[in-house]
Design a protein around this ligand. Sequence first.
Ligand code: GLU
Length: 416
Amino acid sequence: MSQNHSMFDAMLQEFSGAAKRLDLEPSIWEILTKPMRQIIVSCPVQMDDGSVRVFKGFRVQYSMMLGPCKGGIRFHPGVNLDEVTALAAWMTWKCAIAHIPFGGAKGGVVCDPATLSTREIEALTRRYIAEIVDAIGPEKDIPAPDVNTNAQVMAWVMDTYSMHHGRTVTAVVTGKPVELGGSLGRREATGRGVTIITREAAKHLGLDITKATVAIQGFGNVGSVAAALLTELGAKIVAVTDHGGGVHDPDGLDVAALQRHVDEHRTVAGFPHADPLDGAALFDMDVDVLVPAALGNQITAENAPRIKAKIIVEGANGPTTPEAHARLHKRGVFMIPDILANSGGVTASYFEWVQDRYGYFWTEAEVNDRLERKLCEAFTDVLDTSLSFEVDLRAAAYIVAIRRVAGATRMRGLYA
Ligand code: GLU
């Protein structure tokens, strides 16, 4: 990940463009551009060889104007306060666009989970949660999975919080295993949302999704599910890259076989039924749809001129720098911003939280139905705003979000 671009500066730049169009008053502008709370913790962990390592962790609660804070936890060597703060701000806007009653937060621990044993990851998760235990809770701040964290990690989060409180509190975290109060459909929800939004965008542009070609960066929880569901719609996934390399097949990759390869080898590289592809070459592909579904700052001013896709659907958070966005938009590329495109995950997290609090669980079809309706509404809200304000979809998404969060801020007023 490029460290040259401050993600929080990128967020501020995107925010400012939209806030200007809204004529946002300076007092609300001031409030909405500052994180409410930033927590930094040190997490000592006994390693398998007996030594002790201290890992740095963050939890940023950006806003609770619309409800409890909400956002994932990522484990990655590149995690830093700037990034976590930007991601927490993006969660704030994302929840507002999805029209769910949450504010925004994000957590991160600086570590490389690929080099840690399962026991070490469990110990690290438990200590990190113990360090922030007073800041989180079903009505305060509800974590979820993000880069390199999964349902098992969320089970440890739930258990650690529950042990501190002397009772089982399932609604403190979402993205849990279904057996422990998780929701059916949550794991697939971000990729499903990316697929729904891609389908709606294609419909709007008059592009036949059943004939569309797609390139995907990342084959994790978002990219792999989007690949499978876009294939179901009839689209052809012609290229996929990940941390280990890439694969390419102009006739369309066999996504199910690719998934089996990744389950075994942890990377798409070496998949025998396709040609190898250099990671950087993904952006040169002559495709209809490009889905960056890996990390931030991937599409930059340097590689943007090479991109040929007609639609870019941001499955990842912050994959496009503001300069790259401006260039691509100018060239007529239909850019669907992260805070809309990947909002399926947190929307299903909201459904999980509701089910936990009710103690009554829905069928997968009910979850998917509600997700479909929520995302189509969000897409329409953003598209209509972009048409009426004559701005691109990213600015429109911010306008929708800022209006809702600013409205709540005005009504609540200042405390003391
Ligand atoms: N980490 C996901 C995101 O960036 C999901 C967050 C959540 O479900 O709270 O949207």
